[in-house]
Design a protein around this ligand. Sequence first.
Ligand code: KIV
Length: 271
Amino acid sequence: MSVHKEVKKVTTHQLQEMKRRGEKISMLTAYDYTMAKIIDHAGIDVILVGDSASNVMAGYETTLPITLDHMIYHASSVVRAVDRALVVVDLPFGSYQGNSKEALTSAIKIMKESGGHAVKMEGGREIKDSVERILSAGIPVMGHLGLTPQSIYKFGTYTVRAKEEEEANQLLEDAKILEQSGCFALVLEKIPAKLAGEVAKSISIPVIGIGAGGGVDGQVLVTHDMLGMTYEFSPRFLRRYLNLYESMTGAFQQYIKDVKSKDFPNESEQY
Ligand code: KIV
């Protein structure tokens, strides 16, 4: 008899329940099968196939170059690994800004070809129509406000957003618009903790922060950053749980040494 343990999958509804009972939501990025499998088995609630793959996986300076097909490749690899977590996939730059019909076409392509469970989009009032149209097709949407890296050339820098009253008020209004449009959750990136906490209190959907303090409903980090694989990126909000850059470099150097010295393979490592 095979013993198959039924895994209870995380749903958008469950995330909203978690907010209601004050249980914090954990979210990390993944772009490939192996990493997604480890993260899912660790018990994460949400895996984000972020367009940060453009930086982390492809080495581009910004998130702008990554395409819909690249995102689908990453997302389908992640989906094949995941038993429990909710998999959210970023709509990449240029795949939804044109109009709501284009946004829907892109969201449908992602859902059909990757098997992801929801999409994420950057922006506030300007994407309202697109959010509503995507939702009308039954696709859950996560919003993203504050520092929105797809608009880096408009902002000019990656510094903290919404420090001034006018931008803070606009962000709060945008968060309410996204909630009313039907977003199931919202990411807030790199804004003052006080403002993020206020947003989380003002809307009923879960608010997941990155560099947005502890007053929100959950946290997200880029996995490669929290594992210390990307040593050159050191913002204040980043907590490093490992220093993998150093450990991996050490392992690679030892392997090179072992090959050169003919220590590897030894008697027991051959046929
Ligand atoms: O692309 C990404 O990894 C993200 C997170 C930083 C929220 O959008």
